[in-house]
Design a protein around this ligand. Sequence first.
Ligand code: BES
Ligand code: MN
Ligand code: ZN
Length: 500
Amino acid sequence: MQARLVETAAEKAEADALILPILEGETQVPKEAVALDKKLKGAIEQVLKDREFRGKFMELAPIHNLDTLPSRWTVLVGLGKIEQLDMVRLRNALQAAGRTLRRRGHRRLAVVLPRAVVARAEPADLARAATEGIGLSNFDAGSLKTRHEHAITPIESLTIIGLDGDKAASAAVKDGMVLTEATNRIRDWVNAPANAFTPSVFAEKVKEAIKGTGLDVKVLDMDEMRRMKMGALLAVARGSDEPAKMIVLRYAKGRKGGPTLALVGKGITFDSGGISIKPSLNMEKMKSDMGGGAAVVGAMLAIAELKPKINVIGIVPTTENMPSGKAIKPGDVVTGSGGKTIEIINTDAEGRLILSDGITYAVNEGATHIVDIATLTGSIARTLGPLAIGAFGNDPALMDLVRRAADLAGERVWELPTWADYDGLIESEIADIKNSTVPWAGATTAALFLREFVDGRPWVHLDIAGSAWQDAPELRTVPKGPTGSGVRVMAHLARLLADG
Ligand code: BES
Ligand code: MN
Ligand code: ZN
C-alpha cells in the first residue's frame, strides 16, 4: 500500500472510496465536503439532516457518486462523540472502515479529515492515525483453507486530505507505513499454527525477514545455551521434542557511550502449561504465546527502517512448553544464567523463566535500558481486558518515555504497581525465588519475578496477554485475531530514547 498527503480538494480526489469521517451529532456537511455535496445534489446534507446517519462510532454510510465526481463512492464514517475522540479511536474507526471497503472491492482510498477533527490533535498525530488505521486494515490472517471463497482485495493506495502539506505530517505518513508493514508482517506469525511455527521455523523466518535491512542476527542453539548456563530457558525446553532457540538481533546506529536498549520478547510457540497442564478450552489460542517475541522482531524491522541514532538489541528466547517424561515438575529447582536458583511451583508460569535468561543476556551485553514484552499472565487480561497493555517498571523516567511512545503509537498502555510490599510473593523456602504463588496480583507477581534479573537497570515490562489476540465478541472496535500489540510502542520508544 502507498500512502501520501495531498492538497487536492475532496471533490477533485480520485479514489474508489472517499472516506468522510463525521462526528456524532453533526448535522452540517463539513466545509471540506460542501463542494462535493453540491455535485451529489445535497445527498450528504440530506442524510445528516434526516438523522439517517448519526456519526455513531464506526457507523458507515456509502453514497454512490453516480459519475459526478472523479471518486466512485463517498463513505461517511462515524467517529462518535468529539470529547471521546482520541487517536486510538480514530485509528480503530478507520481500520473498521478500511476492512469493510476492502470487502466491497475498493482498492484506492482517500480520507478527508474535516476541520473539527483536525482541531483535536497535531497534524502529525492525525496523519499517523489515518495511515495506521487504514494500513492495519490491510491485513488478512493467512488462511490454510484449500478453497478461498472470500479473498478480500488489498488496498493499493491511500491519500489523506485536510493536512495541507504539513511537513511533520508527511513524515508521519511515511513512519506510519513502515510501522504498519512491520506490524502486519509479524501478525501473520502470531496467527500461524504451532505445528507450522516451531522455534526453528521462527528463527528461519527472522533470518529471511531481516535480509537487506542491515540488522545483524545470531541464533543460539541448545549447546550454546548449555555453555551459557541458561538453566531457566533449558528447563522449559526439556519437555519438548522441538529444540529451543534464542534469536538475537542487533541494530547499532548509536554513538559510543550512548544508550543501548534491549528488547526482550517471550517466544513460546505453544504453551500447553507443561505438567501443570492447561484446561482444553481455548488451549488452541496458546499458539499465540510468542506474540511478545514476534513484536520484538517487528519493532526491530521498523527500527532498521526508521534509523534512530541508538543501539538496540532484540532478544527472543523461544521454545515450546510441553508435558513429557522429561518435562520440569512442580517443586523442581533450576538455576538461571545469572546464577539465581528458582523453585518451580507451576510449570505454566514458563514465560518468566525463559524471559529471565533473555534479560540476563541483555544485562551481559551491556544494555542500559531493558524492555521486556510477553503474553505473560491471564491476570492482566482479567484486569485490563483485551484493549490495553499492562506496564510495570522500576524507573519513572523510562516509564514516562514508554507512555509517550504509546501515545505516538496509538496503543493503550496502563501502568500497574511493583510495590516492594508484595516482594514476599516470590520468596521461596528452598531457593532464591519461586515462579508462582497465591491466586491474586498475578501480573504484579510476574513483574516482581522479572525485576530480579534486571540488575537495577531502568526496565519496563509490558504484559500483552490481553492485547496480543482479539476474540471478544462484545468488542466491535478491533478485528479478531493477532494485533501486533507492542510493535509500535517499542519502535517509538527507541526513537525517543535516541532523541533524549
Ligand atoms: N501464556 C500464559 C498467559 C496467557 C493466558 C496468555 C491467557 C494469553 C491468554 C502464561 O504462560 C500462563 O500460563 N500464565 C499463568 C501463570 C500462573 C500459572 C502463575 C496464568 O496467567 O494463569
Ligand atoms: Mn503458561
Ligand atoms: Zn505462556
